[in-house]
Design a protein around this ligand. Structure first.
Ligand SMILES: [Zn+2]
Length: 201
């Protein structure tokens, strides 16, 4: 971790020292926030990542929604929704849905587990630095909340035409959205390097 930190508001350079209490570290001159330290430990991050992986699995296995119309019922899964878009000629949108709702969250969860589990035992996973950098770059592309909002709007509109039964996957995906938000907030970059630093001792 760098030992110097520059205030983004006034460019004052600070030396990074040991912090007694978790909280916000502010600039000595203009009081802008330099960074936050987290009270959550590595165990919390691992627990959240394991929870997220179970929720991601469940939301892909169970049906997302079932539509009942004229006595027939049709169900679809998260993957089926992306494939359905592809089949109707919206290949690019289908790929984007698959990437932002399944593949990037999967990469996010598996990378964190891959680097955090060895750190928990004071070891280092091979290529942890490159993987964590890739993770921080890809994080803005995980958009479960955008998908949830879109799905809910579509379901409300569809309910005028057919009977809509929300599936287990929809509830799991809603819980996954909250778990991923919590996971991102307990694993900021500065916190990760602090854990790496701690694993050296
Ligand atoms: Zn400042």
């Amino acid at each position: 971790m760098a030992s110097l930190i520059v205030c983004h508001a006034c460019d004052l350079v600070h030396r990074r020292g040991p912090i007694a209490d978790p909280g916000r570290v502010r600039c000595a001159r203009c009081h802008a926030e330099l960074y936050r330290t987290n009270s959550a430990g590595i165990d919390t991050a691992i627990a959240l990542a394991v929870t997220a992986s179970v929720l991601l699995l469940l939301s892909n296995v169970y049906p997302l929604v079932a539509l009942q119309l004229n006595g027939t019922t049709r169900e679809t899964t998260l993957l089926g929704a992306a494939l359905g878009l592809y089949a109707q000629g919206y290949g690019a949108i289908g790929a984007l849905v698959l990437l932002t709702t399944v593949l990037i969250p999967l990469f996010q969860i598996s990378t964190l587990l891959y680097v955090l589990l060895p750190l928990r035992m004071y070891r280092r996973a091979p290529r942890q630095r490159e993987l964590f950098h890739a993770l921080t770059r890809l994080r803005p592309w995980a958009m479960p909340e955008v998908f949830m909002l879109g799905a809910l709007v579509a379901l409300v509109k569809l309910s005028a035409m057919a009977q809509v039964v929300p599936g287990i996957s929809l509830f799991c995906y809603g819980a996954l959205m909250l778990t991923l938000a919590a996971l991102t907030s307990v694993t900021p970059t500065a916190q990760f390097w602090q854990w790496v630093e701690g694993s050296r001792t």
